[in-house]
Design a protein around this ligand. Structure first.
Ligand code: SAH
Ligand code: SF4
Length: 353
């Protein structure tokens, strides 16, 4: 029998790869439909639970493949109901996912990398650097692992790829994972209920927009000109504002996509009325909506959150110019679960038993 490292983690396979894998045992296509349902709808953790497969086939599967899972080693809850889950991966690395209840919605914010290489100056995840990309199963197992912690009938209704990491820097795995999120035999989520947040990495952004992607796009602008953006987000040298917006202008109209632009407001840095007017100007012609995120402060971050009044003024200028602009106050701040606060730190003795 093969050891675990030689076996295939079935959750790393796309639906067509799974069909191919099962065909190598002489199995018909409908077997992969059954398998997807066991893995992602029932969330089984062993082949023995797959009662519609023969004993012999289950043994064959056991010898060649395995079903991976992630279990939270710590869970915290904030007063506003936001919950943060810490997962330990096979190699000891740690990642976090955040569950955000909001009226009829239950949104899970998942990570796509261990850390992040892009080093935005206002983000704690960026401060801690990059370790590695998550594989497909590690992205999907965050959803399954959190679901297991919820009462039986409770469903996660929305997924946002906005946790640790830059999703488009882990392009292949992120796209494979989102394809399974919307697959009718796997997670069955509507693509309108999945949001991928990116700095607008090029050329990956262009690739994503060539076909209609299985998610809504949110692009982190955070500045209205290249100079400020490069200072705040060094990746702007490689994926500059003007090029990112040019790509946004080229495709979405044809595909009827409305893009959300995220804009973290930093006092005295990007929050002036002139910035708001410039933002209006550069977004002209792109079907868009703006999420204004007043900075979540942290001792290691050298910026301040603007006053409520200043945030309001910024929002008003955008709205007067005809843009939809919403102020998003991140949830879960006292447990460091808000945007830009994920670092997967663990104190001694606070793991779940
Ligand atoms: N890497 C991706 C997705 C993860 S970050 C991206 O940057 O889009 C998710 C969002 O959190 C981004 O819009 C980012 O600008 C925002 N963010 C990062 N640090 C923050 C902070 N300290 N306060 C508020 N928002 C922050
Ligand atoms: Fe990475 Fe996004 Fe944080 Fe920038 S804001 S460092 S891209 S996680």
């Amino acid at each position: 029998m093969k050891n675990l490292s030689e076996k295939i983690d079935l959750k790393n396979l796309s639906s067509s790869e799974l069909t191919e894998f099962l065909a190598s045992f002489g199995k018909e296509r409908y077997r992969s439909v059954q398998m997807l349902r066991w893995l992602y709808q029932q969330g089984v953790q062993s082949f023995d639970e797959m009662t519609n497969l023969s004993q012999r086939f289950r043994q064959e599967l056991n010898q060649t493949s395995f079903i991976s899972a992630l279990h939270p080693v710590r869970a915290e809850k904030a007063r506003d109901g936001t919950r943060k889950f810490l997962f330990e991966l096979e190699d000891g690395n740690r990642i976090e996912s955040v569950l955000i209840p909001d009226k009829a919605r239950l949104t899970l914010c998942v990570s796509t990398q261990v850390g992040c290489a892009l080093g935005c100056r206002f983000c704690l995840t960026g401060k801690r650097g990059w370790k590695r990309n998550l594989n497909v199963s590690e992205i999907l197992n965050q959803i399954l692992g959190v679901k297991k912690m919820l009462p039986e009938k409770t469903s996660i209704t929305n997924v946002v790829l906005m946790g640790m990491g830059e999703p488009l820097a882990n392009y292949m795995n992120t796209l494979k994972a989102t394809a399974l999120m919307v697959h009718p035999d796997a997670f069955r989520l509507s693509s309108r209920r999945i949001t991928l947040s990116t700095v607008g990495l090029l050329p990956e952004l262009e690739e994503v927009l060539k076909e209609k992607p299985p998610f809504r796009l949110a692009i982190s602008l955070n500045a209205s000109n290249d100079e400020t953006r490069t200072y705040l987000m060094p990746i702007n040298l490689r994926s500059p504002l003007s090029k990112v917006l040019a790509v946004c202008k080229k495709f979405p109209l044809q595909r009827r996509i409305r893009i959300t632009f995220e804009y973290v407001l930093l006092e005295g840095m990007n929050d002036s009325p002139q910035d708001a007017k410039r933002l209006l100007r550069i977004l002209k012609g792109i079907p868009s909506k703006v999420n204004l995120i007043p900075l979540n402060e942290a001792p290691d971050i050298p910026f301040k959150r603007p006053s409520e009044q200043r945030v309001k003024r910024f929002q008003e200028i955008l709205m007067e110019g005809g843009l939809t602009a919403i102020v998003r106050n991140s949830k879960g701040q006292e447990i460091s679960a808000a945007c830009g606060q994920l670092q997967a730190k663990v104190g001694i003795g606070d793991e779940l038993q």
